[in-house]
Ligand binder design. Structure first.
Ligand code: FES
Length: 129
């Protein structure tokens, strides 16, 4: 992957893909940003890169929005706080490394140490004499 494929950028934007946080270069489309992070997986994906095949469909919400929009990752520019809620089957396969991670906690909902205790602890052994 050539860095020349990206538009000039100096910082990243944070967004979520099915609950997993990713940081993509600003001013780039989602698909170019994904290519930056997972070059091999994206290069093997069946993407036309020009809004024709439909294999890069995503459903998303912008920060503060409640309704979902639909777009194609080859045309949609990554924006801070964007929430990708659904992806096409091809993108799901391409992003399998990311999606293998458990979803991140939503901001402001960090768990307290008390919540990290095992809800189903092993029973303590009792002396059955
Ligand atoms: S890659 Fe074909 S429509 Fe986006």
């Amino acid at each position: 992957m050539s860095p020349g494929r990206l538009n000039p950028w100096s910082r990243t934007v944070a967004l979520t893909v099915l609950g997993r946080r990713v940081d993509l270069p600003e001013n780039s489309t989602l698909l170019r940003g994904f290519e930056q992070l997972w070059p091999k997986a994206v290069s093997y994906g069946k993407f036309c890169w020009n809004h024709e095949c439909g294999n890069s469909k995503v459903w998303f919400r912008l920060r503060g929005e409640t309704h979902e929009r639909r777009a194609r990752a080859c045309r949609l520019v990554a924006v801070e706080g964007m929430e990708i809620t659904q992806v096409s089957a091809e993108l799901r396969h391409t992003l399998r490394e990311l999606l293998a991670r458990p979803p991140d906690e939503p901001p402001g909902e960090e768990r307290s140490p008390a919540e990290d205790t095992d809800p189903f602890p092993e029973p303590a052994f009792r002396d059955a004499r």
